[in-house]
Each structure stands twice: as C-alpha cells, then as structure tokens.
Ligand binder design. Structure first.
Ligand code: DGL
Length: 296
C-alpha cells in the first residue's frame, strides 16, 4: 500500500548556468504538478576550469543558502562537473536532502559500441575526473574511452546559442564529431548538460555511424523514484494553482536581458538570488513578495 503524504516543497535544479534547463523542462513535462526552482550559478560560471576543492566549497556555500530559502524536497545537480566533483561532499553536508547527480551516460554508450571506442564530450574537470574512466571500466573494461573537453561549446550555449542561426550551431558541433569519427569512435556521450541545447545538431552530424547518448530521461526517472520511494509518496498536490516555478540567478550584477527570454522560454519566473536572500541582512523590497510562505 502506498501512503500518500503530499509534499508541496519544490524540486531544486542547479547548474553553473542554463545547461540544466532542458533537464528541468523534461522533468516538468512528465511531472507538471511539481514545483520547480532552477538555480543558475552565474556568479561562478563556468565550473569546468575550476579545481574540485573550489567547486566543493562554493557548492556547499550556495546550497546552504538555497536550503534556507527553498527547503527543497529533492535536489538535482543538473551539471556533470558539479556532480563528479562535489556530489559526495554535498550528500555528506546535507544528509537530509535526497540529491540526484548528473553524470555522463557512459554505461549505455560503452555497451552499444560495436568498435569498443566511446567518446565523452564534457568540461575539463569532468573528462579528467577518474569517475568517468571507472564507470567505463566497470561496465566494459575492453572499451577505450576518449575524452574531449569543449569549454568553447559551454560558452557558446551560455552566451551565443539564442542569437546563432542553424548554420552557426552546426559549425560549432561538427568539428567535435569529426574528431571522434577520425578516432574510430562509434558512440558519443554528451557529458555536459549545456550540450543538450545542441542535441539536434549533434545527432545530425553523427548519423549514420555514431550514436549520441545523454542522461536527460535517466535523471527524470531518478527524481521520480526518489519522490515515490519507500512506499510513500513525496509528490505535490495535483491541480495546484500557479506553482510559481522559478529561475533563480546568482551574482550581484543586474540580470542581462537574455535571462528574461530564457525564463519565458521555459515558463519560469525570474529572480536574482541576491534579491531573495539579500547579503548582510538588507531586505530588498522584491524579497517581501517572493519567498516567505511559498515554500513552507
Ligand atoms: N553544465 C555543466 C556540466 O554539465 C558545466 C558547464 C561549466 O560551467 O563549465 O558539466
């Protein structure tokens, strides 16, 4: 028997920038009653070139603020770099928060590789982390894994994607697929959430000989499993009016206009974290209308 405990607290998604938005959107499409808070850590973007210790420190500090402000029921690190670097540390620091990490979809890629050559495209931090190689070795030790760091693609998606036309998007993707093809790779893992914005371009460049893998559906399933675990449900009440899903951006600078377009495109209400959680105890007037009482 399933015991129903309605839990209207939000599911929190976190990335260095916009990369996790497709993950958040996928989860929302399948779970429309759930309240969502998506956090883009603009203040520390990009994560990819940072050291593991620095990432652990800044993510624990950020999560401390987010826990206080939103009291989420589940957290999703919608960022491979953050997950390979800091998931274990965050779980230790916040033992009461079920946390889902996003890691490159290595397992299906190595299992499907006919040539036993798989490519992983990610940030410098992700592709050099031993975790990726360990995953490959666990599921198919005879498979060679070739990692390529693509910091320019992360920047492109974060700052240029919406302005670029189809041809420009194709042109940024093709050289990476060609490098993998030249190396005899026949399955490629998109190991950075930002690259999901270029999924169609990757698929088009990869046909007919390279399969492209991502983790987007797997992450939604993992969150759903956590909400329904232990014969209890932590689901939100159906038919909530105005679930107030939010896009929260860190950093003190005023928000660039592109943030509003992104919020609109994903149906999210835009806020600066500094307005919701003002530093030094100064209460910004906007904060009065947002957090108190929305998420008990
Ligand atoms: N979107 C992130 C990932 O999945 C990282 C991008 C960055 O900040 O370098 O790894």
């Amino acid at each position: 028997m399933i015991i129903c405990i309605m839990d209207n607290r939000p599911v929190l998604f976190l990335d260095s920038g916009i990369g996790g938005l497709p993950y958040c959107h996928h989860f929302h499409r399948h779970n429309p009653a759930e309240r969502l808070v998506y956090v883009a850590d603009r203040a520390y973007f990009p994560y990819g070139p940072r050291e593991q210790g620095e990432l652990i420190g800044l993510l624990i500090a950020l999560m401390t603020r987010l826990m206080r402000l939103f009291n989420p029921k589940v957290g999703v690190l919608a960022c491979n770099t953050a997950s390979v670097s800091a998931l274990a540390a965050l779980r230790e620091a916040f033992p009461g928060l079920p946390l889902v990490g996003t890691v490159p979809a290595i397992k299906p890629a190595v299992l499907e590789s006919r040539k036993q050559r798989t490519g992983v495209l990610g940030t410098e931090r992700t592709i050099t982390d031993p975790y990726v190689m360990k995953l490959a070795a666990r599921y198919r030790p005879e498979c060679t894994v070739m990692g390529i760091a693509a910091p320019d693609l992360v920047e492109f998606v974060e700052h240029r994607h919406t302005l670029a036309d189809d041809e420009e998007r194709r042109q940024v993707v093709v050289p990476y697929i060609e490098r993998f093809r030249a190396a005899g790779v026949d399955t490629v893992v998109l190991g950075c959430t930002h690259f999901l914005f270029l999924l169609e371009e990757f698929r088009a460049a990869a046909v007919p000989d390279i399969g492209v893998h991502d983790s987007i559906a797997g992450i939604s399933h993992r969150v759903e499993a956590l909400l329904d675990r232990d014969e209890k449900t932590m689901r939100s009440q159906e038919n909530q009016e105005d679930p107030l899903n939010m896009l929260v951006v860190t950093g003190e600078a005023p928000l660039e206009p592109s943030w509003q377009s992104r919020a609109d495109a994903f149906g999210l209400v835009l806020h600066r974290l500094e307005d919701l959680d003002p530093p030094r105890g100064v209460l910004h007037p906007q904060a009065l209308t947002i957090p108190a009482g929305i998420y008990p």
